[in-house]
Design a protein around this ligand. Structure first.
Ligand code: F6P
Length: 366
């Protein structure tokens, strides 16, 4: 590998919510960096550490044994946007721009570039930092899989695995008790986790934000199954799903974050309505952060390693302002400014949607 590269010092940070595979990317960046003769600065707690000047040098030994470990050894935060920095004073929250601190630390650490591992929010911050003159390379992470510029973000497969495992388990208890069980999953405004998890776990109904549902269609599906002698049903509902003409169900607002809306609670609403309107005993399970914790699947370990090593290669070539992305089976680079243009949502004719419909899964729309 590694001819003499001008790029000597690389920062790496993990921004936004954590997900399985972050450590595998950090390892994928740090190990090859030694061969390139680069020093890696691990910036702590995402952009928070960049603003506050917290970093630690990462060497080969620091990343040994972390491939399979969930979370991030660097720490993360989804409240540390330097351009939207919250400070609490006398019970009031002030939002200020602290991006100049980032620039100051970038210079103080004598970094040549920063590899920022994160989702949509992180990529938006990267674009603004790049406008300030900071060399950035993005690596797309999120269990939600909602970045349009990449066919897949790492973390998604691990979340889907958890959902499908949960559905397998809930299947046996739902069928034993002749109950309906509703499973609420994450994903924000994109239905990928519910779609893929529901398909893998054999849900009978999948409700996603992209397909507004009617209550009647959901009740009908449960009745129809009963007529076929199937006295239980599994409903996999995305936190961003909503009935036609109804609002998102939210559990709160956090103005310290760039997007303050916290989705959550639709599972209980769906379960209550099903019980009241079908007479069938219904339970709800909210999977929550189980979907983000723990060890990455083999798919995510491979993708994360490919992303990390590709990112450091881009850095060695001084290809700044780009995000690594998966297109088909190939890891490529796309301009960060193009990558943040569009959210990737489930299209009605997506093959997974069509396959789900073909095997009798209802999306609550017919
Ligand atoms: O974006 C990842 C995600 O897990 C979403 O699916 C979810 O809505 C959100 O983050 C939860 O955020 P928090 O960890 O702040 O509750």
């Amino acid at each position: 590998m590694a001819a003499d590269s001008q790029v000597r010092r690389i920062g790496v940070l993990t921004g936004g919510g954590d997900c399985p595979g972050l450590n595998a990317v950090i390892r994928g960046v740090t190990k090859p960096a030694q061969d390139y003769g680069m020093t890696v600065y691990g910036i702590l707690d995402g952009f928070e550490g960049f603003v506050e000047g917290k970093s630690t040098v990462l060497r080969d030994n620091d990343v040994s044994g972390i491939l399979s470990r969930g979370g991030t050894i660097l720490g993360s935060s989804n409240k540390g946007d330097p351009f939207h920095w919250p400070t609490e004073k006398e019970g009031k929250i002030d939002i200020t721009d602290r991006s100049q601190n980032v620039l100051k630390n970038y210079k103080a650490w004598e970094l040549d570039a920063v590899i920022a591992i994160g989702g949509d929010g992180t990529m938006h911050i990267c674009k603004k930092l790049s406008d300030l003159g900071i060399n950035v390379i993005g690596v797309p992470k999120t269990i939600d899989n909602d970045l349009d510029a990449t066919d897949m973000t790492f973390g998604h497969d691990s979340a889907v695995y958890i959902v499908s495992m949960a559905l397998d388990r809930l299947h046996t208890t739902a069928s034993s008790h002749h109950r309906v069980i509703v499973v609420e999953v994450m994903g924000r405004y994109a239905g990928w986790i519910a779609l893929h998890g529901g398909l893998a776990g054999g849900a009978d109904v999948i409700l996603i934000p992209e397909v507004p549902f009617t209550w009647e269609a959901v009740y009908n599906k449960i009745h129809k199954r009963e007529l076929m002698g199937k006295r239980f049903s599994l409903v996999c509902v995305s936190e961003g799903a909503r009935a036609v003409g109804e609002e998102f169900i939210t559990k709160g607002k956090d103005i310290k974050r760039t997007d303050p809306i916290q989705l959550g609670g639709i599972g209980k609403v769906v379960a209550d309505n099903i019980e009241d309107n079908t007479g069938r005993e219904t339970r709800v399970t909210v999977l929550g952060h189980l979907q983000r914790g723990g060890s990455p699947t083999p798919y995510d370990r491979i993708l994360s390693t490919k992303f990390g090593s590709f990112a450091i290669e881009l850095a060695s070539k001084k290809r700044f302002g780009y995000m690594v992305a998966l297109k088909g089976n190939e890891v490529v680079d796309v301009k960060i400014e193009d990558a943040i243009q569009k959210q990737k949502l489930v299209k009605p004719k997506n093959q997974a949607v069509l396959a789900a419909r073909a095997v009798g899964i209802s999306f609550g729309d017919e």
